[in-house]
Design a protein around this ligand. Structure first.
Ligand SMILES: [Zn+2]
Length: 198
């Protein structure tokens, strides 16, 4: 019974239940309203690879400085973690913690959850329940604001031009751009509904 239900898809426009045709590679359409049916791709590992790359890039990104400033012949370099620590040291504890959570913690946990989901499925384990994984995946996805951080760095950079003799983006900044791309793709390719069920 359950097996048979897996072949039924509901049309999201008109609600008609349609039996899926797995033999065809063509896009299936609803016979009543002609909307396209969602394509169930086979379990793809793309998301997993992007998530692993994201974590590796994240480690590299925290080794190299993001921005280098020359102030009064003193060279100032800052890494991502360094920036958060500076905020906390300067007394902006709350802001520092929010930045830490949204820029560092949430995106990294999001990638770890994706990896964990694949591992659990591959090894046929059931350590963490699927609804729990599903909820935490979306929680950390919504609380990750690394792209906002990139914009603020660029704005800061533009403001600093002229104020200090030389400002330049460092290796960390470029690593961060690739990191964000991997992070974004791992989320885009991650089919939560397909992998974790409804
Ligand atoms: Zn329809």
């Amino acid at each position: 019974m359950n097996k048979r239900l897996n072949n039924i898809e509901e049309c999201y426009s008109c609600g008609l239940f349609i039996e899926k045709d797995y033999k065809t590679n063509l896009v299936q359409r609803c016979p009543r309203c002609n909307s396209k049916l969602p394509v169930d791709k086979e379990l793809s590992y793309d998301s997993l690879y992007y998530a692993i790359s994201a974590i590796l890039l994240f480690i590299i990104l925290n080794i190299y400085p993001i921005i280098t400033l020359d102030i009064a012949e003193k060279e100032l370099k800052t890494t991502l973690i360094g920036a958060v620590l500076t905020l906390i040291e300067q007394g902006f504890l709350l802001i520092g913690l929010v930045v830490f959570f949204t820029i560092l913690f949430a995106p990294i946990l999001n990638s770890f959850i994706i990896i964990f989901v694949y591992l659990q499925q591959k090894l046929n384990l059931n350590i963490v329940s699927k609804p729990m994984l599903y909820d935490s995946f979306y929680f950390f996805k919504h609380w990750g604001f690394i792209e906002v951080f990139i914009i603020s760095i660029i704005v800061t950079y533009i403001k600093l031009i002229g104020m200090v003799s030389t400002t330049k983006f460092d290796i960390g900044f470029y690593v961060m751009l690739i990191y964000i791309l991997c992070f974004y793709l791992s989320n885009k390719k991650f089919n939560a509904k397909n992998i974790l069920g409804d």
